[in-house]
Design a protein around this ligand. Sequence first.
Ligand code: ADP
Ligand code: MG
Length: 263
Amino acid sequence: MTPLLSVQGLGVYTTAGGARPILRDVSFDVAPGETLGIVGESGSGKTSLALALLGLLPSGLRAEGRVLFEGRDLGLLDARARRDLRGRRLAMVFQEPFTALNPRMRVGAQVAEVATAHGERNARRAAHDAVEMLGHVGITEPEDRAQRLPHQLSGGERQRVLLAMALLLQPALLIADEPTSALDVTVQAQVLELLRERQRESAMALLLISHDAAVVAGSCARTLVLHEGRIVEDAPTRQLFTAPQHPHTVALLAAAQPLGSRT
Ligand SMILES: Nc1ncnc2c1ncn2[C@@H]1O[C@H](COP(=O)(O)OP(=O)(O)O)[C@@H](O)[C@H]1O
Ligand SMILES: [Mg+2]
């Protein structure tokens, strides 16, 4: 099968103070509908990888290599074509739900804006679909919540709003960078279950990124381990847990505990 996403020799380097490598020679494919986990300790380059895939690296970093999405080389797209792809075919949720939301805009309107910005819905239809999606991602009383500002929601609800924004246009691939790290354990498990559920319904592929191997363990058939900007392991998740090949993987697994057993 043609991969949905093909990452070929991706490198990320700092531009100032000598070209310090952040990511080196990262290559992997994601098939349509596949869930791929990426784990690595803090500072291993996970967020830089996610941002490089989306063409959103901050100004001090530059990328090399190729990223093909649905057969198109993302590096060759102009800014407008890339913006059009993001949110529609390729969506991302970040770790910090507070910083990713506009504090002065009602959350229903923020979700609806994803659709109107891409010219996919008229305002009325977008508002309706936004409330419906808030319900799909497990927000109770979505009509009421849609009228609130971000600070009037719980942390778990805010993360669900971001998911609703990401899922609204049924992207082919969702990149989720530590989507549950800011949440307490119960809500973490709920959000992960929700992602699995949405995936079953829409055949969306998911790149699930976490410093915590337990987060990917329950969701991903295959997992990559990132260490100091390199992939040190790429294996079926079960194999990774039962027979880790790299000493660094052993250390990561030792730090992870099953989601249910944490306090
Ligand atoms: N804008 C930047 N300029 C320079 N170095 C950066 C920048 N962003 C991240 N880094 C460095 O890149 C490395 C990887 O960071 P990051 O991708 O955030 O890792 P992770 O998400 O795995 O914690 C770290 O050493 C970090 O300090
Ligand atoms: Mg990160």
